[in-house]
Design a protein around this ligand. Sequence first.
Ligand code: B12
Ligand code: SF4
Ligand code: SF4
Length: 340
Amino acid sequence: MTGADIRALARECGFELAGVAEAVPASDRERYREWAAAGWAGEMRYLSDHRAALRDDPRNLLPSARAIIVAGKLYQTPWPHTTRFSGAERGWISRYAWGGDYHHVLRRGLERLLARLAERTPPFESRICVDTAPLLERSYARLAGLGWIGRNTCLINQGMGSWFFLGAALVSLDLTPDTPPPDRCGTCTRCIDACPTAALIPGKGLDARRCISYYTIELRSPIPEHERASLGAHVFGCDICQDVCPWNRRAPFTLDPAFQPAHFAPRLDRLAAIEESEFREMFRDSPISRTRYRGFLRNVAIAMGNASDPHFRPALERLAAHPDPLIAEHAQWALARLDA
Ligand code: B12
Ligand code: SF4
Ligand code: SF4
């Protein structure tokens, strides 16, 4: 079976992109080791502790693996980019989190794909990975021909841009591998120039410790004070280095109901008022649940401070009296910013 056969099956299962890479040690593993050793993973210890070495070889995840099927699913909907948005009373949620939780959607799609494949092949072993396993998804996606790794570190496809998720299925089948496309970033440096926190380091990739996406999603401790102003209205994730990418100008939209917006730019005062049980209910099937209630209110407080809108004072005063010191301290910072 070839990549073209796999792509036909993948399309039937809701994926716009698919390809095949060999299940051999990752050619980018040295690059990854250097990144982790430099401490760029910050508090994301699952990327830098003993589990980091598992990324060297996909056969650590499935010893019988011979091929990796990598699939891409678009999530862009026709709503504005962060860089074209204004509305100080609202908070910004990253495009990838406007709809349902992609982990489930991609896993279900890959399960269907494997079931269809099984109708056409001898029995085989498999393992699905959607962020959940130590696999260099972007590196194998590149090898499987889905795109190149841009200076913003995202995987970019010439016709589809970069607004797509990745999922992978390791299989014990011999499938004909695809070939990686050329790098098409050329002399462009728009993403590096636009990053508000200078997290993209030319030639080296992303220092996650400085990325708004890391601060607002992964970091459990206080957000460094000197970075809070750069967060602007972001309350979950960041899209700026993709918004400015020329390859996203004509990127297609998804019609999949799973990714239609439910949480597009909500009002900050509304977010500041939600109780923990409401947070859980509201974001039950959303990637936003990852930041947890206290992290989310921490982010909302910063965005309110950055909005410099005196209407937020009562809400911030309430948060400044919150029993959780993380929330209270960020709200006090925001109040001081309103006073400045
Ligand atoms: C940890 C993580 C993060 C961290 C760190 C991101 C990072 N760039 O390292 C944080 C929280 C910051 C993050 C943010 C985002 N993430 Co994230 N994240 C991951 C995760 C779980 C692991 C990535 C990882 O291992 N990082 C460590 C670095 C060193 O590895 P890497 O980025 O894969 O880089 C390798 C290759 O790029 C390679 N390489 C080869 N050639 C080249 C050339 C150049 C120029 C460079 C720079 C690198 C490079 O070298 C590296 C080492 O092997 C993956 C899922 C997975 N298992 O891969 C999703 C994943 C990468 N994230 C994804 C998404 C959607 C996002 C966000 C857009 C979400 C958002 N809007 O906030 C942002 C994008 C920020 C950005 N510019 O990357 C998608 C990316 C899809 C795509 N089209 O690229 C993934 C694949 C999840 C998925 N299953 O779809 N993420
Ligand atoms: S996601 Fe935002 S903060 Fe992170 S590298 Fe891209 S532009 Fe910079
Ligand atoms: S903005 Fe330019 S340099 Fe950055 S990823 Fe897109 S094409 Fe590459």
